[in-house]
Ligand binder design. Structure first.
Ligand SMILES: [Zn+2]
Length: 303
């Protein structure tokens, strides 16, 4: 089963009420876990107030519900409690929470035991600014992840929502903000891509390009040697507009910034600005300017 299937399931189960930033981050969690051989199944995301109240009714009587002002819903006192939140108390109604379980490689089962893989997913999510319900005191909610919107991406930076801000108490160095994001992105794969951690300084030097080649080879599942040779070229995908491979899109965006092209954001979304920048890069390198980043374009990125 491909990661795309898991991501598409997640998109449909999260529903339309999810905040876009959170939705994108959940898809990233699925991708990161998949790279480690962990298959994440999102079981729910956005819920309306009524849907949340129906869940809250499990394990409670109609009288108990009425006492809280919940009307029009029948209690299910014989069912097991699944939540302690009603109405808008649950962050599912705000579009910033999801529930997950694990599945097998074929995507045919649902596992609910909180094993090391389960906890690894929680750890990945926490590193991206989520709170895990398994950490809660009182009502422990192991399947639950909610975005709290704050994440420390480096000692002097905090990400709020999708914006990385410099902490005011630490002096900022110069350098390009997008190159810094690219360097932080590459640093996320140092172990797997067998490359030394970069200094996040925002300067596009040879070490950054070398790290990018290593990460490219890790993504492409070819021997990691830091040389963009025939095997790397043969394994190179074509990253196209609208692709849902956010890590590949980020690699393209980072390489565009590296070469001085404005990719219009380092967000993993292959939008119009990214297409325009790829076309400009292709034109300058005498390639067919189709806006799709394939083997010939990557060859020039790494030349
Ligand atoms: Zn939940």
């Amino acid at each position: 089963m491909s990661v795309e299937i898991l991501k598409n399931k997640a998109i449909s189960r999260m529903g339309n009420g999810m905040k876009a930033v959170v939705k994108a981050k959940v898809l990233d969690i699925i991708e990161k876990a998949y790279d480690e051989g962990i298959y994440v199944l999102i079981t729910s995301g956005y819920r309306s107030e009524t849907e949340q109240n129906k869940l809250f009714a499990k394990g409670r009587t109609t009288t108990q519900l009425r006492a809280l002002g919940i009307t029009g819903i029948v209690g299910e006192p014989n069912a097991a409690k699944v939540t302690n939140a009603y109405g808008t108390q649950s962050n599912h109604t705000k579009g910033i929470a999801v529930d997950y379980c694990l599945t097998n490689k074929a995507g045919t089962a649902a596992y609910w035991s909180v094993n090391s893989d389960w906890k690894r997913v929680a750890a990945i999510a926490k590193s991206m600014g989520f709170e895990w319900g398994g950490d809660w005191k009182g009502f422990v909610d192991n399947p639950h992840l909610e975005y709290t919107g704050k994440i420390t991406v480096s000692p002097d930076k905090t990400e709020v929502g999708s914006v990385i801000v410099t902490n005011p108490n630490k002096p900022d160095t110069n350098g390009d903000a997008n190159i810094k994001k690219f360097q932080e992105f590459l640093n996320g794969y140092t172990k797997k891509a067998k490359v030394t951690k970069l200094v996040v300084d925002g300067y596009p030097g040879p070490k950054t390009l070398n790290a990018a080649i290593h990460v490219f080879q890790y993504f492409s599942k070819v021997t990691i040697d830091g040389e963009f040779g025939p095997k790397s070229k043969a394994a190179c995908p074509v990253v196209v507009p609208g692709t849902t491979w956010s890590k590949w899109t980020r690699l393209v965006q980072g390489l565009l910034y590296y070469h001085g092209y404005n990719a219009n954001g380092f967000d993993g979304i292959y939008g119009k600005g990214c297409v325009k920048a790829v076309k400009a890069f292709q034109k300058a390198n005498r390639l067919t300017a189709d806006g799709e980043a394939g083997p010939n374009t990557f060859a020039k990125f790494f030349a």
